[in-house]
Design a protein around this ligand. Sequence first.
Ligand SMILES: Cc1cc2nc3c(=O)[nH]c(=O)nc-3n(C[C@H](O)[C@H](O)[C@H](O)COP(=O)(O)OP(=O)(O)OC[C@H]3O[C@@H](n4cnc5c(N)ncnc54)[C@H](O)[C@@H]3O)c2cc1C
Length: 422
Amino acid sequence: MTKHITIPKNFMTIFIVTFFMSNALAKTLLPPNDIADRFHNDSETIKIASSDFGHIVQEIPAAVFYPNSVDDIASLVKYAYNNSVPINVAARGQAHSTWGQSLARDGVVVNMTSLGNRLNGSGIIVSSDSSLGSYADVGGEQLWIDVLNTTLQYGLSPVSWVDYLYLTVGGTLSNAGISGQSFRFGPQISNVYELDVITGKGEFVTCSPKENSELYYAVLGGLGQFGIITRARIALEPAPKRVKWLRLFYSDFSAFTKDQENLISKNERRDNKALNYLEGMLLLNQGPQDLSFYPVSAYARINSLVTQYGIIYCLEAAKYYYDDRESRVEKELLDLLKGNLGFLPDFMFEKDVTYMEFLNRVRSSELFLRSKGQWEVPHPWLNLFVPESRILDFNSGVLKNIILKQKIPAGIVLIYPMNRNK
Ligand SMILES: Cc1cc2nc3c(=O)[nH]c(=O)nc-3n(C[C@H](O)[C@H](O)[C@H](O)COP(=O)(O)OP(=O)(O)OC[C@H]3O[C@@H](n4cnc5c(N)ncnc54)[C@H](O)[C@@H]3O)c2cc1C
C-alpha cells in the first residue's frame, strides 16, 4: 500500500513523500550495476539500521547502502527517483535521532560514514579567503569531534556547537545544532557558508545564501527531507585556549531564569566581554546524581540541598580565554556576574579547563553510562521552545507538578533561554 502526503509546490524533492513499500516490493530492488555491490542486506546490517538512539521506533529497511563516493549516492538517489515504485531513502549519520528519523521502512538507509576520509585524506579541509575569512570544508559524514581536532591544529574552531560531539555534521545540520553558544552565534545552521547536496532527483547541487538559495535554506534544518548533505563549508574563528566554566545553584526558578536572560542579553558576536556559553540544568532528588563536575568535598552539602528542595536549578556558564592571562578572564567573569545574581551564595562552583575538555564534556558521561549498560536504552527525548511569557507556568505545571510531585523519573533536563533573533 502506498500512502501519499501532499507536497507543497515549491519543494523540489521526492524525499518528502513518505511511502511504504510492501515486503514483496522490497525484495525486487534492482539497482544499476555500478552500485549493486554497495547494497547489503545481511541480518546483522539490517538489524543495526532498523533502530536509532531513541530505541523507540523500529523500521526495517530493505537494504543498507555503503557509498564509496558522492557519485554513488547520486546514482542511488537517481535510481530511487526514476524507479517505477518510489523507494524510501534515508541518510544515516550516527543514528542519534530519537524518533526514527534516520530509518527507512522497506527502503534504503545510506550509511554516510562509509564515505570515509575522502576530502584530502581527512574529510576536513581548512582554508581561508578574503571574503569569508577562515572556514572548513567538511564531509556531511564527519563527526564534530573530528572537525574540532582538525581545526584546532590550525588554531581555529567552529563557533556554534552541540553538547555532544560524536554526531555527524550532516545529522546536526539537518536539525539545527543548538547549544550554549547559540544565544550569540545562532545554531550551527546559521554558521554555514555553502553546501553540496544530492537532491531528491539525484542531482549534485552546490548551494549557498546566494546560489540555489531555496535549496540551501530548505536543507539546513530540513530533517533530511530535501536532499543529502555531502559537504558543508563551516565558519571558523580563532580557537580559545582555555575556559572558565561555572555552575551556580538556585532554589528559586524565577531568579534562575531572570539571571539566565540577563546574562544572554549581551549577545553580540564580537563582544569580548560577553559570556561565550550559557545553559542550565536541573538537579533532581531522584537517586544518585552525576556530581563529577564538583569537588568531592561538596558532595554531601549538594545532596542535602537537593533533598531539601527536591529540585535545584543550575545555571551553567563559560568564558573563553585566548592567552595565558587567567587573571584577566577571572576579572571579566566577576564583572559579568557581580550585582544582583540570585544564586545561593555558597553554591558557586568553578573549573578551569582546556577548550577541548569543555566542548567534549558529555563524552565522559557517555562512557560512564556505557559502562553501566545505560547508554543503549530507550530515550524518549523531547526538545521544546517555550515562550518566555509561559516559562514560569512551565516550571510550576511541568517541573514541579508533574516531575517533582508525581515523582516521574526525568533523566537529564536542560533548560536555557535563546534569543529569538538568533
Ligand atoms: C547524546 C546526545 C546529545 C545531543 N545533544 C544535542 C545538542 O546539544 N544540540 C542539538 O542540537 N542536538 C543534540 N542532539 C541531537 C542530535 O543533534 C540529532 O539527533 C542529530 O540528528 C544526530 O546526528 P546524527 O549524525 O546521529 O544524525 P542521524 O540521527 O543519523 O540523522 C538525523 C536526521 O538527519 C538526516 N541526515 C543524516 N545525515 C544527513 C546528511 N548528510 N544529509 C542530510 N540529512 C542527513 C537523517 O536522515 C535524519 O533525518 C544530541 C543527541 C544525542 C544522542
